[in-house]
Design a protein. Structure first.
Length: 372
């Protein structure tokens, strides 16, 4: 009697990818399930759990031709909406006044209907046709608007909350919501002072050169997203001499503690590097990484706005983006982990590197005789 075989999530993702390729070659579901040695019920259950399919999606597959015809009819409207959005001035249309001006602009320049222009800008047609009191000669708030403009000119660092209390103190009968609305309508705002980015303190002298394995490790982050719009954060660790991808994480969020744990895991198998090179991101320029490095690892932070100073990992990230992230759609975090992990393994063991004499990074690391 044979026991029931259980598949890991990684095996399920790989089999679903194989099924997609077989379906693209013209095979039907029965042949695919026979080749994968699973039942059709298991296949659709996997699709529902790992492939992003819902319960009624299998039935909807039969209606694709009818839906495609509908999509073709909508394509013309979508292209027109796209052109209309490009025609509107950049920036969010947060107020009815800005939307009203955008609607008039679209009607005048593109000759579209008011209904279409209101739909593109998100303006209610009743609001569009309503004439605001501020645009009429008899604006009941004209005196208060003038007072607010003078108040903002006299006190440029004070906001609408302080203006509300001072207005009440001077006898204006008005609540804070109206002051905020008029303050916004007049374009009054307190300029925000941008916080300066934190600069990491390098503990490695000069510009370290990767003249031997385990001399310089480079680390950097990348971002992508799953089909549900949730972000994916990817960290890669590169040995600059052997070009090996030593490790990495694929998570929704990666903290400095998680990064330190991953560096310890990699170092447990090959030892700690002499220098760790990175940018000035908050995960690197923090107390956690300083404590992790201690006196055994030097930290080398590149100057802000100069990514070419960390060129090895930036080049690796461009390969990941071009050859993996841009050609795959991730259904889930597990799917992203499997695909990215497989790509990094192929990069280390099968992808020949021109800078290594067209040897793979793993092969070059095995025969490398350079020492610190």
């Amino acid at each position: 009697m044979t026991t029931r075989k259980r598949h890991s999530p990684e095996q399920v993702v790989r089999k679903l990818a194989q099924a997609d390729r077989m379906l693209g070659e013209g095979k039907d579901i029965a042949d695919v399930c026979r080749e994968l040695q699973v039942s059709e019920q298991t296949y659709f259950r996997w699709r529902n759990q790992f492939g992003g399919l819902k319960a009624d999606d299998a039935k909807r597959l039969k209606d694709l031709e009818r839906e495609n015809a509908t999509l073709k009819r909508l394509l013309a409207d979508a292209e027109l909406e796209k052109a209309a959005l490009k025609e509107i001035a950049p920036g969010k249309l947060l107020s009815p006044e800005r939307r009203r001006a955008a609607v008039h602009h679209l009607i005048t320049t593109m000759g579209v209907s008011e209904r279409f222009a209101c739909r593109v800008t998100g303006q209610n047609r009743t609001t569009q046709r309503h004439e605001p009191q501020a645009a009429t000669p008899a604006d009941p708030d004209a005196a208060l608007r003038a007072w607010l403009r003078e108040y903002a000119k006299t006190h440029p660092r004070w906001g609408f909350r302080r203006a509300y209390h001072d207005a009440r103190g001077e006898g204006w009968t008005v609540n804070h919501k109206k002051i905020q609305r008029l303050w916004r309508d007049e374009g009054l705002r307190v300029p925000q002072r941008r916080r300066r980015k934190r600069l990491g303190t390098s503990t490695a002298p000069g510009l370290p050169k990767a003249d031997a394995p385990n001399t310089v490790w480079a680390v950097d982050f990348q971002f992508d997203a799953t089909t549900d719009g949730r972000p994916i954060k990817i960290v890669s660790i590169i040995d600059e001499h052997t070009r090996e991808c030593l490790g990495g994480l694929v998570e929704r969020s990666i903290t400095a503690d998680a990064l330190a744990d991953e560096l310890d895991r990699v170092a447990a198998g090959r030892g700690y590097p002499v220098v760790l090179r990175s940018d000035n991101g908050p995960e690197f320029a923090c107390a956690v990484m300083t404590d992790w490095a201690g006196e055994q690892v030097g930290l080398s932070f590149i100057p802000p706005g100069e990514p070419w100073r960390n060129g090895y990992v930036e080049s690796f990230n461009s390969r990941v983006r071009d050859e993996c992230l841009n050609i795959n759609i991730f259904w889930s975090l597990a799917h992203a982990r499997v695909v990215i992990s497989d790509w990094k393994q192929e990069y280390n063991e099968h992808r020949r590197h021109s800078a290594l004499g067209y040897q793979t990074p793993a092969r070059y690391a095995a025969i490398c005789t350079h020492r610190n």
